[in-house]
Ligand binder design. Structure first.
Ligand code: FPP
Length: 245
């Protein structure tokens, strides 16, 4: 483990800038999304090579449903195409693929493919790749509260048992570790309703690179930034140093 000491266990990514990448080239927005799939492939390879254990990618937010209808359909078609093309290769590389988000909002064909991909890769022991589709951080908290309310009403849990762990357990990431590092491309510096609960202590790294241009140089710069951070979780720097010695 020593070699991986400063490698984040869990990296989350907001892949922003596909539209602007396309506009700069006088191409339609969907050309940017299509090119973004290449950057997804590269990032998955890099994460696995660098020893990251969990990679969560924000592919489609709850708010993205309000984009023009053609863009939404095109994105859904692109997810289907990417699943058709990439899942066997991910499986060969021992990647476990999972999806988070309101899958009941997705078309049945896509849901079937998601379920099949999750089933095919469930026993893989390498990188765990989580794709957030139809996902919003507030939606996630609402669905956790609804689960808790149901359990309370059925007397399966008491109010006293509701704590941080109980809530986290019912969120989409469940008992997976929280992201240590959030990367956002495309120049904006916001969380945009991504994993609101789980990003509480994440280190945040932003770059101007548009998502289709994201690659090794940017990924390694983010990892270097992370390796330099001292994570304090509310403690003082002296306390953390004493713990480390
Ligand atoms: C944000 O750029 C990007 C998206 C809403 C879609 C992300 C999708 C992909 C990278 C394609 C495939 C993904 C997978 C997992 C196969 P934007 O459109 O908001 O760009 P802009 O801010 O420049 O307009």
């Amino acid at each position: 483990m020593a070699a991986n000491e400063n490698i984040p266990q869990h990296v989350a990514v907001i892949m922003d800038g596909n539209g602007r990448w396309a506009r700069k080239r006088a191409l339609p927005r969907h050309a940017g999304h299509r090119s973004g799939v290449g950057a997804v492939r590269k990032t998955v390879e890099l994460a696995a090579q660098r020893g990251v254990q969990y990679l969560t990618l924000f592919a489609f937010s709850s708010e993205n449903w309000s984009r023009p209808r053609e863009e939404v359909s095109m994105l859904m078609a692109l997810f289907i195409e990417a699943l058709q093309r990439e899942v066997d290769e991910l499986h060969r590389n021992n990647v476990r693929l999972e999806f988070i988000g309101a899958r009941e909002q997705l078309q049945p064909r896509l849901v079937d493919m998601i379920v099949a991909a999750e089933k095919q890769t469930i026993d893989n022991t390498g990188l765990r790749l989580l794709i957030a589709v139809a996902y919003g951080g507030r939606w996630d908290i609402v669905q956790a509260v609804r689960k808790l309310y149901g359990e309370l009403a059925r007397d399966e849990i008491t109010a006293d048992e509701i704590d941080d762990t109980a809530i986290a357990h019912r969120l989409q990431l469940g008992d997976l570790p929280d992201p240590d590092l959030l990367i956002r491309t495309g120049g904006e510096q916001r969380i945009s309703n991504f994993l609101l609960w789980n990003l509480a202590y994440a280190e945040l790294w932003f770059c101007d690179t548009l998502w289709p241009d994201f690659g090794e140089q940017q990924f390694d710069a983010a990892l270097e930034f992370y390796a330099m951070r001292q994570r304090r979780y509310g403690h003082t720097g002296d306390q953390i140093e004493a713990l480390g010695s």
